[in-house]
Write a protein that binds this ligand. Sequence first.
Ligand SMILES: [Zn+2]
Length: 341
Amino acid sequence: MSVTRKKSPSEPVLVYDTLPKQVVPIAIDPRSYPENRRTNLLVPIYGRATGSALRIPLVVARGKHDGPVVGITAAVHGNELNGIKIIHRFLEWINLEELRGSLLCAPVVNVPGFDMGTRFFTDGVDLNNTFPGLEDGTPSEQYARSFCSTFLPKIEYLIDIHTASAGRLNSLYVRVDLDHEVSKTLALLLDPEIILHSPTSSGTLRSVALNQGVPAVTLEAGNPSVIQGSMVYAGEIGLRNILAHLNMLDCDVQHSRKPLVCESSKWLRTTGGGILDTDIKLLEHVEENQIVAKTFDSFGNLLQEYTAPYGGVVIGRAAYPVSIPGTRYCHLGKLATERDI
Ligand SMILES: [Zn+2]
């Protein structure tokens, strides 16, 4: 059965008409919002220096019928934009008359970083190292804590959408703990080019969700600071697949590829300065000791050749060719040979 597109825009609802002196996060429960309706919310999440509240945009899309609550987040890093468009397009496409369950979407998690066009929070810290945050912690920790308290309590699955960071390019890949069966299923349904086994590291939104019993994956969809149509389309298809699998929609799961599975990965870094020539493509298979990058001095003389320490697949690579020692030039995945998924 096919599902038809339906637009259901609505005026944003200000949660709290009048604000308390201090923002107190409230857990958004999609089941408390009207059935068969999309509700756009502007939720106070953090204080501003003016003394007013910073509001975060959230969308509740509640279907006509009961079912699970799926959380979708984007722009935890403020310059990672593809996920925002994936959420917009998916919400435009979905038909709430046919939906069993609800979506809770945060198109822009890191509002200050998004305003500034930067990965980081106002204090220069990576939010995705600070979850679940602290009530009386640093600025980023307090924001992270407030977001978790607002967004996580009522969701049953989490898809956190990212891209590469500035100066780098990503394939379409999923970070997931492959030993977590439900999360592994979500990863496969996203139909990525690569699945990277990534036991959770503390501080990430994904790790907090998993610790709270919410299956979670991180979808890495392409490049920062741009919106890429191919990535948006792939992301939409992946989300449709997840909802179809969860029996929230009557549509077929579509797989367009068999993903490469990596057991681990490493960002290879330069050990000297220079102008970088990265002669590898995303998804390219490289051999151990294959030259994958070179650096040149300001006169064009070859300085160094960098070789792959092991055979693997290129998950991401540098796009910005200026290298100081320690610059990341190749995100090299080690293919899983033992794992059967
Ligand atoms: Zn990110």
